[in-house]
Design a protein around this ligand. Structure first.
Ligand code: ADP
Ligand code: TZP
Ligand code: MG
Length: 272
């Protein structure tokens, strides 16, 4: 086998995942924070997936068995939703449903840092998606960022991300100006996007939901996380070009997510 084929993703890999996503319309269960629920659901719908915010302890496990992918986001943890997360992760592990951990502000606050350490002990996450400070904290190396924002760059934490991906036999997607996505063996960088993404709350959180959707249609977590990132950041470039500020940008991003075809993604994405 050609060695490069085992170490590199191609634009065609990502376009293929987007084609399957648009055909399958994956059901994505979101246990996410109270700030971003509506935006996340609209991002999933626009992209071609089907969102369901099933986040109570009585139903979360039941739903995780039938969902295509599960997002667990620690942005605003409450006793009840954390109990639901435990059930969802356990059921996802038993059913083989991929699940994504978004460790919002982990490292900076002690309870959510404990939860981020506990949940992977129930079942390993398919993808950990966070900003650089959050990924460093989950890997065990730092005190986190400034609230929900990073004080590190993805390349600062590349080794920690690779080690974490190997620990979970999954992928780690570190967001920033240049996104770094790794499965511990292969590492790709995507330099798309716009600084306007930092002026809209929930951009990272919505990206986590897309990763869960793509994990439903791809057996390769690196492909899933990379396709979600490419779709989101290329759509953001389109929205930025047509916007007059962060408000119209957020609306335009939802429009652009639905308009981006697999062919356009393959044509425009630059993988390094
Ligand atoms: N300076 C930037 N330029 C371009 N894209 C960015 C920039 N910062 C973040 N992004 C993009 O914004 C999205 C959210 O990333 P980030 O802000 O790091 O997440 P979080 O909201 O979890 O902190 C990602 O798709 C990332 O590629
Ligand atoms: C502002 C805020 N506070 C708690 S969760 C949250 C949303 C964070 O969203 P993101 O991590 O996508 O910027
Ligand atoms: Mg975040």
């Amino acid at each position: 086998m050609d060695a490069s084929a085992t170490t590199t993703l191609t634009a065609a890999d990502l376009a293929g995942a987007l084609e399957r996503y648009r055909t399958d319309m994956p059901l994505v269960q979101c246990l996410t924070n109270t700030v971003v629920q509506n935006f996340t659901a609209n991002v999933l719908l626009a992209s071609g997936a089907s969102p369901a915010m099933v986040d109570n302890p009585r139903e979360a496990g039941e739903f995780a068995r039938i969902a295509g992918g599960v997002l667990v986001n620690l942005g605003t943890p409450q006793e009840s939703t954390v109990a639901a997360m435990r059930h969802a992760v356990e059921a996802a592990g038993a059913a083989g449903t991929p699940w994504v951990l978004d460790p919002v502000a982990v490292g900076g606050l002690s309870w959510r840092t404990e939860i981020a350490a506990e949940l992977p002990g129930i079942a390993a996450p398919t993808v950990v998606r966070g900003n650089a400070s959050e990924v460093a904290a989950v890997a065990g190396g730092s005190g986190g960022g400034r609230g929900t924002e990073s004080v590190d760059t993805p390349d600062d934490v590349a080794e920690a991300a690779q080690e974490l991906a190997r620990r979970f036999s999954g992928a780690v997607a570190v967001s920033g100006e240049v996104d770094l996505i790794t499965d511990g063996d292969r590492t790709v960088r995507l330099a798309h996007g716009t600084p306007l993404l930092q002026k809209v709350t929930g951009a990272g959180c919505a990206l986590g939901a897309l990763v869960a959707g793509f994990a439903a249609v791809s057996d390769d977590p690196l492909v899933a996380a990379s396709t979600a990132t490419a779709l989101f950041t290329l759509a953001a470039e389109d929205a930025a070009a047509a916007s007059s500020g962060s408000g119209s940008f957020a609306v335009g991003l939802v429009d652009a997510l639905g308009a981006l075809s697999p062919e356009a993604l393959a044509d425009r994405v630059r993988i390094s």
